[in-house]
Design a protein around this ligand. Structure first.
Ligand SMILES: *Cc1c(COP(=O)(O)O)cnc(C)c1O
Length: 426
């Protein structure tokens, strides 16, 4: 039987990670080196001029990181990827390549809290202006586009975890406006959702979360969909205009359908400097090998726990797209292929006190600010991540006094449920 297209689990194990050509090492070695010896002066010159691919300095490329980049690109179905130090570094890298001072972009108002901060504060000092929109209202997304809008940004499964973005509809708005659609696919991972299949142009990841999956290494990725014409207008000068430091080559014209990833590397990563450590690339590479197995278990457990919570007398509501009662269940059925994710929130009848009490009483759960770990995690946003907001702002951000957020791990579901049960009855 001819088999041209390896399946997702096969790619998760094998993509990007051939045996080491020099030593035969089967696991990808950690190339813990800062720099690489040139063959000769001519080769050095062509590397610096972008006329040849090769390693110069680990801030820009590294063989362990290259294996991770190829794996992530293949899992997402992109043309190329760039791994960086964190999810936030990936977002910074993307916008640095797209925007010049005075430009605008549209972002969903339902995002990871750290992204809201990054867009509202640091980006402002670069003259990059965010325009927040409720993406449940596609008309509002369309209405928010102006002559200065250079991109649209959303999460596939958004914070809080019950929210699913209508990717195809948003992609259509971006396409009509001639601007790229960027999707943060951290919460879904390509095992649940592949945004390029729905018209996204760029995917970003926090590899820190489900991709690495073990809560032990920070990392981020930018994936190029290879499906946007950066030279169609003069809106994206980093990609379409000659680069003085590279003998006047224009990056999109020279590198074609992986030009965006190249620009993020040879302009963004070169100058912003947020390189991932080869050790972290190794850890995340290892983590991704079991991504499909872990996601299956995360999603199964998350649904069982959500059903338990929905039926519990101390719980007022559960916001999880996996539940048929959820407003986003239809979108989830359309966009999420192998499960509904494992991060969501629920509301306690006892309000703030009950939230504080729950996070103080759990034993198996870890009370901390992270998600996508093998372990089950819990946080009460009103007393921690969203503490500084007014009560009204907390409610608007989905972090009212009664809200608890969980990231369900891969332990036995019965033990996760037993822990919540004992903590809720205290
Ligand atoms: C964690 C996270 C980020 C930021 O990633 P870091 O690796 O922490 O910088 C961005 N988006 C989402 C959805 C996240 O969960």
């Amino acid at each position: 039987m001819k088999n041209d297209e390896p399946g997702f689990s096969t790619l998760a194990v094998h993509a990007g990670t051939k045996p080491d050509p020099v030593t035969g090492a089967r696991a990808t070695p950690i190339y813990q080196t800062t720099a690489y010896v040139f063959d000769d002066a001519d080769q050095a010159a062509s590397l610096f001029g972008l006329q040849a691919f090769g390693n110069i300095y680990t801030r820009i490329t590294n063989p362990t990181t290259a294996a991770l980049e190829e794996k992530v690109a293949m899992l997402e179905g992109g043309t190329a990827a760039l791994a960086v130090a964190s999810g936030h570094a990936a977002q910074f890298g993307v916008f640095h390549t797209l925007l010049t001072p005075g430009d605008e972009f549209i972002a969903s108002n339902k995002l990871y809290g750290g992204s809201i901060n990054q867009f509202n504060h640091s980006f402002k000092s670069f003259g990059w202006n965010v325009n927040w929109v409720d993406m449940d209202d596609i008309g509002a997304v369309r209405a928010a586009v102006t002559a200065k809008t250079k991109a649209i940004f959303a999460e596939s499964i958004a914070n809080p975890g019950g929210v699913v973005t209508d990717l195809e509809a948003v992609a259509k708005v971006a396409e009509d406006a001639g601007i790229p659609f960027i999707v943060d696919n951290t919460m879904a991972t390509p095992y649940l959702c592949k945004p390029f299949e729905y018209g996204a142009n760029i995917v970003v990841h926090s590899l820190t979360k489900f991709m690495g999956g073990h809560g032990n290494s920070m990392g981020g990725a930018i994936v190029d969909g290879g499906n946007f014409d950066w030279s169609a207008t003069d809106k994206y000068p980093f990609l379409s205009q000659p680069r003085p430091e590279y003998q006047g080559i224009a990056i999109h014209e020279t590198f074609g359908d992986f030009g965006f990833a190249i620009a993020c590397r040879v302009l963004g990563l070169r100058d912003l400097g947020a390189a991932i450590s080869p050790f972290n690339s190794f850890q995340i590479l290892t983590g991704i090998e079991t991504l499909p197995l872990r996601m299956e278990k995360h999603c199964q457990n998350a649904l069982e726990v959500a059903k338990f919570l929905e039926a519990h007398k101390a719980v007022e509501w559960v916001q999880y797209a996996g539940l048929e009662s959820n407003a986003y269940h239809k979108l989830a059925d359309k966009y999420l292929k192998n499960g509904f994710g494992s991060v969501y929130s629920f509301g306690l009848k006892g309000g703030y006190e009950a939230g504080v009490n729950l996070v103080s009483s759990v034993e198996l759960f870890s009370h901390l600010a992270n998600l996508g770990d093998t372990r089950s995690l819990i946080i009460h946003p009103a007393s921690t991540t969203h503490r500084q907001l007014t009560d009204d702002q907390k409610v608007a951000a989905g972090a009212g006094p009664d809200v608890v957020r969980v990231s369900i791990g891969i332990e036995d579901a019965k033990d996760i449920i037993a822990d919540l049960d004992q903590a809720l009855s205290l």
